[in-house]
Every structure is written in structure tokens, then in C-alpha cells.
Write a protein that binds this ligand. Structure first.
Ligand code: GLU
Length: 327
């Protein structure tokens, strides 16, 4: 740490934050904190994948990413809005609602400074019931003990949209709990409730835990009400959870869901966002290999699909340079 003596006081502070092994170049570093989700979901490893790719080049570009496990989409958007996070992974439905001040953001007004960076994997709304609960369809949730997700999570947001569409309130369930994604699988198998929900890419650790620890059924979510929701909302689509992906669930299951998207605000510099986007897209094959939920990703879809907020200047600069934007 001898080199510290030649630096200014401000640089010493920056070095302290950067930790051991820092070099004088770190004084120029820009720190970017990314909010993700629970550790057994896909957001958390997605943040980790981005962190790894960006930080590998940090001696050259000076951007250093760190990742936080959080309560999920709605938490992430709110934390970006109030400056606690620089970027976050959020569901495309939550991105749309935050941008326009709708549903869970009603009362906060439109988040005009929200910016899209790119989209990632699809997130089927996943309903897992204990096999002994007698739940074969989403309609069967009435009268059951349901874990509706923690406030701040995307699954809670999607669940509330569905409940509204079905005309249900929490009183329609025998019991309501609000455990986060990393706690609910164990609690389901401990028989603390009959059903858990998770809007999440597949495969993931949470659903693997539930389906291997006890007998479960992955419940389809389809029918007229769901079709109407999809028709009215471009950020939703029908999707399939493949049969055989999880223990005890050999058949394909139809459900619907949003996509995971990566967002920030106008507060983050064009240079930082450009660096992050190029670190991911210039190493696309490495990125794709980092999680099995990314198996169908393409650079074109990531640059164009499911993004309702305007692109951040740093992202549009990279996409224009690389010809990725749809005409
Ligand atoms: N879609 C969930 C949310 O918005 C998180 C999914 C995950 O952790 O992969 O909260």
C-alpha cells in the first residue's frame, strides 16, 4: 500500500472502497451497484455474470460492478429511483408500470428517468403446489394456503395483477404468507403452505429445491382470463416450463410471463452503461454459457425485445454501432 502516499485524499477514499490489491488507476474507477433478487433465482447469477465480464476489463475501462441480492423487481426499480442502486434486473411488466406510474407504482407518478439497457431471459409465472394439496389449475388456489411472495418482488407484482384479473382478494385464500424466493421452497416442503409462486427463468435453484425436497405439481396458468391479460399487455406472453426439467414433473406446463430486463436511470453515465453493454455483448458466447436459462438468448432479441423504457444513451450507442437495433 506504499503507493497511497503519492495520491490525493480523494483518491485514498476511492482506494479504500476498492479494497486490497488496488492500484493507482482505481482512483478513476466508477462503481456501479446492480440490484438482483434472491440467491436461488436467476437474477442473482445474472448480476454475477455481468459483474464477472465487466470487472475482467476494469484495468482498461475503469468501471467496477458489484452485485447485491435484493427483494426483487419492484424493490430494484424503487432503489434506482431513489439513488440506492445504479442498475437492476426487473421484470418487463414492472419496467412498464414503473415508467408509466401504474399498478404498484400508482401514486409515485411516472418514472421518466428510467432507462432500459437490454432484456434477458423469459420468466414464466411459476406456480408450485404440494402434491397433497389438490391443486391442478390456478383456479384451485381459492381456499388454499398461498405464499404470495414478498412485497417488492416481481412474483408478488404478477400475482396481484392475476388476482385482480380473477377478481380475488387475499380473503379468497385460507392463509396468506409473504416469504421471499430463497425461503419459500423449504417452507412449502415443511407444509407451511400449499402453494408458492415465482416469476423466474428456468431452470433455477429455487424450483429445483422445491421439486427435489417434496412431491410437487407445477400448476398451469392459462385460460380466457390469462389470454385477455396477454392480449392487453404486450410485455406478457404464453410460455412453457419444459417437462422433465424438474423432478416429479414429466410433462410440459403452460403458463405465461414477462421477460427479465436490465434497467438503469439517466443518472448513470453514458460511458459506464456503454462499457457494461459492450462487456456483455462482446463476450456474448461466454455470457450465454453462464446460465442454462440463457439458452435461447440472441443479441438481437436482447437489444430489442420487452423494453418499454427508452434505451439508455450508452446502450443505444453500442447497439447502433453494432447494427443490432431493429429497423
Ligand atoms: N422475477 C423475480 C422478481 O422480479 C426474480 C426472479 C429471479 O430472482 O431470478 O422479483
Amino acid at each position: 500500500m506504499k503507493q497511497l502516499t503519492v495520491l490525493t485524499a480523494a483518491a485514498v477514499v476511492a482506494l479504500g472502497a476498492a479494497g486490497a490489491g488496488s492500484s493507482p488507476a482505481d482512483a478513476q474507477e466508477q462503481f456501479v451497484v446492480i440490484g438482483t433478487g434472491g440467491v436461488t433465482g436467476v437474477y442473482y447469477p445474472t448480476g454475477g455474470a455481468i459483474q464477472r465480464l465487466v470487472n475482467a476489463g476494469r484495468a482498461d475501462h475503469g468501471v467496477r460492478v458489484s452485485v447485491e441480492s435484493t427483494g426483487g423487481s419492484v424493490f430494484n426499480v424503487n432503489a434506482i429511483r431513489n439513488g440506492e442502486l445504479d442498475m437492476g434486473v426487473v421484470q418487463s411488466d414492472v419496467q412498464f408500470n414503473a415508467l408509466n406510474g401504474l399498478v404498484q407504482f400508482d401514486g409515485q407518478g411516472a418514472f421518466d428517468d428510467l432507462r432500459a439497457v437490454f432484456s434477458v431471459h423469459g420468466e414464466p409465472f411459476t406456480v408450485i403446489a404440494r402434491a397433497d394439496a389438490g391443486v391442478a389449475s390456478f383456479e384451485d388456489l381459492v381456499g388454499k394456503r398461498v405464499n404470495v411472495g414478498n412485497p417488492g418482488s416481481g412474483q408478488r407484482a404478477t400475482m396481484e395483477v392475476l388476482m385482480e384479473a380473477y377478481g380475488w382478494t387475499f380473503d379468497d385464500f385460507a392463509q396468506v404468507s409473504e416469504l421471499a424466493s430463497n425461503e419459500q421452497s423449504q417452507a412449502l416442503c415443511d407444509n407451511n403452505f400449499d402453494v408458492m409462486v415465482f416469476t423466474v427463468g428456468h431452470p433455477n435453484g429455487s424450483i429445483q429445491e422445491a421439486t427435489t425436497s417434496c412431491e410437487t405439481v407445477i400448476v398451469p396458468v392459462e385460460g380466457d382470463i390469462v389470454s385477455e391479460l396477454i392480449d392487453a399487455n404486450p410485455f406478457y406472453a404464453y410460455s412453457t416450463i419444459p417437462g422433465g426439467m424438474y423432478a416429479g414433473n414429466p410433462d410440459d406446463v403452460t403458463t405465461f410471463g414477462p421477460k427479465a430486463t436490465f434497467v438503469t436511470s439517466t443518472a448513470l453515465s453514458e460511458e459506464a452503461v456503454y462499457t457494461i453493454v459492450s462487456s456483455v455483448f462482446e463476450n456474448f458466447d461466454d455470457f450465454k454459457r453462464l446460465h442454462p436459462a440463457y439458452s435461447t438468448l440472441t443479441p438481437e432479441a436482447m437489444a430489442n425485445d420487452a423494453l418499454s423504457a427508452p434505451l439508455h444513451d450508452g446502450a443505444s450507442r453500442y447497439f447502433e454501432e453494432s447494427g443490432l437495433l431493429a429497423q
